[in-house]
Design a binder for this molecule. Structure first.
Ligand SMILES: [Zn+2]
Length: 313
């Protein structure tokens, strides 16, 4: 038997056929369509599952269950998507509709949660019973695993690390508040800090690497210039890493998991980011004379969404 993992994203939906040892044996993707009714969106997903299972040389009977990760909040118990802004879903009965097209058990959860589960079973945090996965991209999310299970809160709204308030009078956030953590720790934040710095120091190598176009600065541009020991880039890099260290320490102060896992685009900086971060975060942990959780980089990459979704059942 195999399990199906569906990773719903804002631009594409990935479907993976996942073996019992958590390997993706076949995968396909369809573009995200928000211009068609909800029921038709789910029919396209179910059709993609059927064509992918066929391509793997299997039939519908070989499917044990279907798991779905969404960029929003859902009730794992009822199978209802409570809110998923990217898809235009608001209180929609995902499981009830999907099973019209494919009669299999369906589980659904938030995408950061399923990636956290994947890493904790088959990735860098395998073998631990508690971990926090922090994907760092345009924004910041988190997936919390406690006692081997996803913890998304009593009302499915927990794990919003990105919107923990860092600075009461800080940078405005997309959520409507000011000074949220993701305004200081996301890739978007790093780019903002770099733009502010090069406006004052246009001779920085960041500008050369961005082709002298401030709008082309990416997180990688800053990391590359910092690796080359550009002074402006190093200053931005250390300030950003310090913010991230405070975020990591806040997670430890609250939950003290066995391990913290960084994912998303920024984590591709690898040990260049991890080494100074590991030096910095203990000073913000209250009981820092005790053993502290290590911070590691996720290993499953973009496959974590499909693998973790398949693990939901
Ligand atoms: Zn916010």
């Amino acid at each position: 038997m195999v399990k199906i993992g569906i990773d719903v994203g804002g631009t594409g939906i990935k479907v993976g056929v996942v073996s019992e040892d958590y390997q993706i044996i076949q995968e396909d993707a369809i573009p995200t369509r928000t211009d068609i009714p909800f029921e038709e969106q789910l029919k396209l997903m179910a059709d993609c599952v059927l064509s992918t299972i066929k391509a793997a040389g299997l039939t519908e009977d070989d499917i044990e269950s279907v798991g779905v990760g969404i960029p929003g909040i859902a009730s794992a118990r009822t199978g209802e998507v409570i809110k998923c802004t990217n898809m235009g879903w608001h209180h929609v009965p995902f499981r009830d509709v999907f099973t019209k097209y494919l009669k299999k058990p369906v589980c659904i959860d938030n995408d950061a949660n399923v990636a956290a589960l994947a890493e904790s079973v088959a990735g860098v945090s395998a073998g631990t019973s508690s971990s926090v996965f922090i994907p760092i991209g345009t924004g910041i999310g988190s997936g919390i695993i406690l006692n081997g299970k996803i913890w998304s809160g009593a009302h499915h709204i927990g794990g919003e690390l990105g919107h923990v308030i860092f600075d009461l009078d800080g940078v405005p956030c997309t959520c409507g508040n000011h000074g949220c953590l993701e305004r200081y720790c996301s890739a978007t934040a790093l780019i903002r800090m770099a733009r502010e710095a090069v406006e004052k120091n246009p001779e920085s190598q960041i500008m050369q690497l961005a082709g002298r176009d401030i709008s082309r600065i990416e997180a990688k541009t800053v990391f590359d210039a910092a690796r080359n020991k550009d002074e402006v880039a190093l200053k931005v890099f250390y300030h950003y890493t310090d913010c991230l260290a405070q975020a990591v320490a806040s997670v430890i102060n609250l939950l003290d998991p066995e391990v913290i896992v960084l994912g998303g685009g920024v984590s591709k900086a690898g040990s260049f980011l991890l080494d100074p971060l590991t030096e910095m975060y203990p000073k913000y942990v209250v009981f820092n004379d005790q053993p502290l959780p290590p911070v590691k980089i996720a290993v499953l990459g973009s496959e974590a969404g499909m693998i973790g979704a398949a693990m939901l059942s």
